[in-house]
Every structure is written in C-alpha cells, then in structure tokens.
Design a protein around this ligand. Structure first.
Ligand code: ADP
Length: 448
C-alpha cells in the first residue's frame, strides 16, 4: 500500500487527486512551478516542492525534476492527472526504472493508443467498430487523392500523433485535399514531432459518445456507460453529460460490453476512455485516452464511484471495488467547463480573481482551484473550474445547472459562464438534440 503519492499536475485535477488521497489516508505531495507557489493544490497537499520556472517544459513536463521530487519526499507513486505527462510512455518507463509506481496504464498501452493508426489497428483486431478510412498511414498526396475519390468526400486527414484538436483537417473535395493534407502533416510535425497522417470518412452529423472503461490489469475489466461530449468548439469539449440522451439501454449494454471485453483482453489497468462517433445507430471508434478525463465527474455522479480511488487501488495491486453487475446508473449528470476566456473569441483571460463564490446544495459539485484574490497565471490551460450537477433525471439536472450557474460568482476576469446561461435557453439543448457541429453553428449565429 502507498503511504505517499506525488501528483504531477496542477489546478483542479491536482486538488481532485489530493482529495482522494486524503480520504484513503495517503499523504500527498504537490509539485509546482514558481508561478504556482500560491496555488490551491500547493496549500491543500500535505507537502509541496517547487520543480522549476513557469514554462511547463521546465516544470510540469520536466521528468528529471519530478523524479527528483519523489526521491526527496519519499513518495512511492505518481498520479499524472490529465494533460502534461499523463500519456507519456517514456515517463512511465523512467518511473518504473526508479522503482516507483505510475498510477495509470502500462507504457505499452499508452504507446499503442497514443498513436492513432496503431490504436485503430488494435481496436479493429479486438472487435471494436472503427470509422472507415485508410489502412494505416497515407504516404503522399497522390495516395490521399486516390483514397478520397474511392471513399467519397468529405474526408478528414488526421495526424497519427495528434491530440487536443490539433493535426486534423477536413477536405470537402479533391480541390481541398492538397491544403488539408499538407496542413495536417505540418501540424503533426510541429506539435507532436511526427508527420504521419491517415484518412477517415468525415461523418456529417455524428455525436461524440465515449465509453468509460476500467481494468485491473489482470484480465478483469468493466465499462461505466457513456458520456455525450458532442458540444465542442474547435474539437474541444465544453459541455458533457452522462448518460447520453440518445443512447438506449440496449445500445449501451452492447457497446459497453465490446469495450470492456477489449480491455479485459489486453489486461488494461486503470481508467480509460474509448471515444466513438455515433451516427444513425452505429458506433465508430476514433481514439482511446489512456488516462482520467476532464469530464470523469459526470460518470462518478451517476454511478456513485470514486474513479481516482479506484485508480490508486488497482495501482496498488488490489482488485476493483465493483463488478459490472454492481454498476447501475442513477439519474443524470452534466458538466460545464468554466474557462478563463473572453467571449466571443474565447481569447485567454488570465488575471486576478477579486471575488469567487462556488455554488452548493443538493447534487452540485464544483471542482476548481480558485479562491478570492488568486491570480491566474498566463502560462497554463484556461480551464479554471468544472461545475457538475446531478439530478434524478435530465430535466432535473438541467434545472439544477441553471440554478447553480446563477449562484456561481467569478469576478475580476472574463469567463465562459455567460455562454452556459445562454446555451441553457436553447430548445435543442433542453431536448438533448445536438451533434458535434451544433455548438459551432450556434456560436456563429449567436456571437458573430
Ligand atoms: P483529438 O485527439 O485531437 O481529441 P479526436 O480524434 O478525438 O481528436 O477527434 C476530436 C473530435 O473531432 C471528435 O470529437 C469529432 O468532433 C471530430 N472528429 C474526429 N474524427 C472525425 C470524423 N471522422 N468525422 C467527423 N468528425 C470527426
């Protein structure tokens, strides 16, 4: 059993992990850059240690500094949160070489799923349905054009190493292929150091449905239903809900079993998310994230489980504390992402918080590292909080979200809170009637 865990992250997710550690009687170590000396995760952890200057490559992404922090503090395990080093197979290798434990999947699984081409090949072999597209990488423009003609436009060209919405370009016709192909390649190269790309059919009106999976690394795996994350801007999620308003219990059981079986088959350990596009009753795999997701709280809310606690348990070699039969859905949950961004352009808006008040009451959870007087540094992600509501059904969750948003005060900077006030007025949102293109169209109508 671990006595002490180091959290290689910052912000709300670092706090989230500290909370699980405290409830389990495990001491926590926060790491921070010089810009984060006053951050809430530093205050809340049992110990903290400065690991470098503000830019992430010199602090939160510095593997030697994080390993040194473990050695200095005597932490036995590292929780990576999401982002930063959470899907870095090399990091996992170094952690293991130092006799420490990574709270997450194996380096091999991270490597397989981190490369989207290999991930698709692996999933196809495991019986998971995928988006139709090229078999493996597409070496040059001529091949890309040939495939486009065969598959029919529109198609999407994706960097195999891509993530965070980067390295993806749509071509609506052969005339658009050259630019899309070259741009996806260039973005793959400059953002991820890999210019290999592949091609997929571009679906016209899908929903983004992702299945939460969890494995013990010893051949047992379960699914915790789906989250609908279709409301996206520039391929980035802004509003997530569970269960998905368009998914029937039969469909859930079917795709859930396919995912759980696939994970059991590869002895997957810990939390993972298998992402699909869902159109006309069919699921198409797009990628797998081998970590805890930002939106994991909606799943926690409807199942009443603590996913971080489970991650720590299986990393300790313990079994999961639930079986598939124990997992039943209770009600409906919605999360909205509060970003320090100025509408309508979503430009980053760091600065000092003059007043902060978190909403409360039945079924309300606010995961945030804000406090009165806190200065949001300009160096990191603009996510400053997640408001999660849970109700007996979707309508109650929506009403609760409306009420909780009204209580939330974040003064001193611009945030995305007004966006959600507006969004909740929309009949389509009230009805759960939206796909991955809905939000961009609505934003164009509403703000431009
Ligand atoms: P990233 O790794 O950058 O998050 P994903 O492969 O997960 O990229 O895709 C992100 C989003 O891009 C999806 O949720 C969806 O909105 C859109 N997308 C990806 N692939 C397709 C496709 N084949 N057809 C239509 N939209 C797609």
């Amino acid at each position: 059993m671990f006595d002490k865990i180091l959290i290689a992250n910052r912000g709300e997710i670092a706090l989230r992990v500290i909370r699980a550690c405290r409830e389990m009687g495990i001491a926590s170590v926060a790491v921070h850059s010089t810009a984060d000396a006053d951050a809430m995760h530093v205050r809340m952890a049992d110990e903290s240690i400065c690991i470098g200057p503000p830019p992430s490559p010199k602090s939160y992404l510095s593997i030697p500094s994080i390993i040194a922090a473990c050695e200095v503090t005597g932490a036995q395990a590292i929780h990576p949160g999401y982002g930063f080093l959470s899907e870095n197979a090399g990091f996992v290798q170094v952690i293991e070489d130092h006799g420490l434990t990574f709270i997450g999947p194996t380096a091999e699984h991270i490597r397989i799923m981190g490369d989207k081409i290999t991930a698709k090949e692996t999933m196809l072999k495991l019986g998971v349905p995928c988006v139709p597209g090229s078999e493996g990488g597409v070496p040059d423009l001529a091949t890309a054009k040939k495939l486009g003609a065969e598959m029919g436009y529109p198609v999407i060209i994706k960097a195999t190493a891509g993530g965070g919405g980067k390295g993806m370009k749509v071509a609506n016709s052969e005339a658009e292929m050259e630019k899309a192909f070259m741009t996806a390649r260039a973005e793959g190269k400059s953002n991820f150091g890999n210019d290999e790309v592949y091609i997929e059919k571009y679906l016209q009106k899908p929903r983004h449905i992702e299945i939460q999976v969890f494995g013990d690394g010893k051949g047992q795996a379960v699914h915790l239903a789906e989250r609908d994350c279709s409301l996206q801007r520039r391929h980035q999620k802004v509003f997530e809900e569970a269960p998905g308003p368009s998914i029937s219990p039969e469909e859930r059981a079917r795709i859930g079993k396919i995912c759980a079986d696939a994970m059991a088959n590869i002895n997957y350990i810990g939390a993972g998310t298998i992402e699909f596009l869902y159109e006309d009753g069919e699921f198409f795999f797009i990628e797998m994230n081998t970590r805890l997701q930002v939106e994991h709280p909606v799943t926690e809310a409807i199942f009443g489980v603590d996913l971080v606690r489970e991650q720590i348990r299986v990393a300790e070699g313990l079994p999961m504390s639930f079986t598939q039969d124990d997992l039943t859905i209770n009600g409906h949950a919605i999360e909205v992402r509060i970003n320090a961004e100025k509408l309508p352009n979503f430009s980053p808006c760091p600065g000092r918080i003059t007043q902060y008040h978190a909403p409360g009451g039945l079924g309300v959870r606010m995961d945030s590292a804000l406090y009165d007087g806190y200065s949001i540094p300009p160096y990191y992600d603009s996510l400053i909080g997640k408001l999660i509501v849970h109700g007996r059904d979707r309508n109650e969750a929506l009403a609760r979200l409306h009420r909780a948003l009204g209580e939330l005060i974040v003064d001193g900077i611009e945030t995305t809170i007004p966006l959600f006030h507006n969004l909740l007025q929309e009949p389509d949102i009230q009805a759960g009637n939206y796909n991955i293109h809905w939000l961009e169209k609505w934003l164009a109508r509403t703000y431009e």
